[in-house]
Each structure stands twice: as C-alpha cells, then as structure tokens.
Design a protein around this ligand. Structure first.
Ligand SMILES: CC(C)(COP(=O)(O)OP(=O)(O)OC[C@H]1O[C@@H](n2cnc3c(N)ncnc32)[C@H](O)[C@@H]1OP(=O)(O)O)[C@@H](O)C(=O)NCCC(=O)NCCS
Length: 177
C-alpha cells in the first residue's frame, strides 16, 4: 500500500506555513519577480518568471523532507505572502532563508514565520542549532534574524548572488535552542 505523508502545516497568529502547490505558481511569480528580493538571496534569479515559479514548486515537491523543507507563507486574509526554506548544508545546523513580497514588508510577517520555522526545525529535525546569513547591505534581514533570536557569529563569508551576478559579503548568524 502506498502511504502519502501529509505535508506539514505550521500555524502562527496570522500565518500558515505550508507546502507550495501548483495553484500558487502565478502568485509566486508575481511576488518573486522583484530585483530587491532576488538580489538579497543567493539563488533566486531575476527576472523571476512563471517557469521559475513552476520549477520551484516541482523542486520543493521533490525535496527529501529529512533534509529540506520549504514552506509557502500564507496570510489568513492576504493569501501567499512569501517563502521560508530550511535545508541541511553540512554546517553547524540547518540553514534558513526566506523572502516576503514587497506589498507585505514591514508588518512582522518574516519574523513571525521565522520564529515558527525555527521551532518546527528544532522539534521535527531535533536540531539544537540553526544558521543563517544576510548580505552586508541587508540590515532588515539582520533585524528579522535578531528578533527571532539569532546572534552574530562574527564570521563573514563571500556568497555568490545569482541575481547580482557577483559575490557579496554575508554576515553569518546562529540560533541555539
Ligand atoms: C528582509 C525581509 C524578509 C523582511 O520582511 P518583513 O516581513 O518586512 O520583516 P519584519 O516586518 O518581520 O521585520 C523587519 C525589521 O527590519 C527593520 N528594517 C527594515 N528596513 C531596515 C533597514 N534598512 N535597516 C535596519 N532595519 C530595517 C524593520 O524596522 C523591522 O524591525 P523592527 O520590528 O524592529 O522595527 C523582506 O524585506 C524581504 O523579503 N527582503 C528581500 C529578501 C531578503 O532579504 N531575504 C532574506 C535574505 S537573508
């Protein structure tokens, strides 16, 4: 018999973190097609097309749930507002990354989603540390990470940003259970 694992849903005060589905492709492409989002990440392309959104949804569906979990961040009234991903990359702990669509910036959604993602990873993957990094010129993300309990390690790495087409200094942070 074939047992299908239900995809996890994490609920917070205003948000639900759930798997992205085919019906989210158009919304994802609209929100993610923003140079000021892509350039703050390592992997997102810009422009971000419908094909990119479709490829994203398919890639997430194929992830090994023990090693990577990517959530769509859905607001109770506004629908999908962003993405949060956790993945093992051989570091001290799983790495977390996220983005929020521009119309929804400044409302605490990234912090609320990140706090829930951190709890989810520590409970479900039984990990006591998580890592993250933000580019030097992205203090808003540093603030989000601080608000969710991450601390600066002092380490600065070079990271290649696909959308920038060049490396940028990445300030590393850690969260400890
Ligand atoms: C960074 C990002 C995720 C923030 O999302 P958000 O939902 O607006 O975040 P929140 O509302 O939870 O918190 C933002 C915090 O940053 C602060 N902030 C915003 N711009 C800032 C700036 N230029 N300098 C310092 N702090 C800033 C806000 O004041 C707020 O802190 P506060 O609550 O203490 O006032 C969103 O802007 C985004 O998706 N940016 C592009 C992609 C990205 O940077 N992803 C993270 C890669 S590491």
């Amino acid at each position: 018999m074939c047992v299908i694992e239900p995809s996890p849903v994490v609920e917070t005060r205003r948000l639900a973190l759930r798997s992205p589905q085919a019906q989210d492709i158009c919304r994802l492409a609209t929100l993610a097609n923003d140079p000021d989002i892509a350039r703050m990440t390592l992997r997102m392309p810009h422009p971000f097309s419908m094909d990119d959104a479709e490829e994203f949804v398919l890639r997430v569906a194929g992830q090994d749930p023990a090693k990577a979990q990517t959530f769509l961040i859905e607001h109770e009234d506004h629908g999908p507002v962003g993405v949060l991903g956790l993945f093992e990359d051989g570091d001290l702990g799983p790495e977390v990354g996220y983005w929020i669509g521009r119309p929804f910036w400044g409302r605490g959604y990234a912090t609320e989603a990140l706090e829930a993602g951190v709890v989810w990873a520590s409970r479900n993957w039984r990990r006591r540390a998580l890592v993250a990094g933000h580019f030097d010129d992205n203090p808003a993300s540093g603030r989000v990470l601080e608000k969710a309990g991450f601390l600066y390690t002092g380490e600065v790495r070079k990271g290649f940003s696909r959308a920038r087409g060049e490396e940028a200094r990445t300030r590393r942070m850690v969260w400890l259970a």
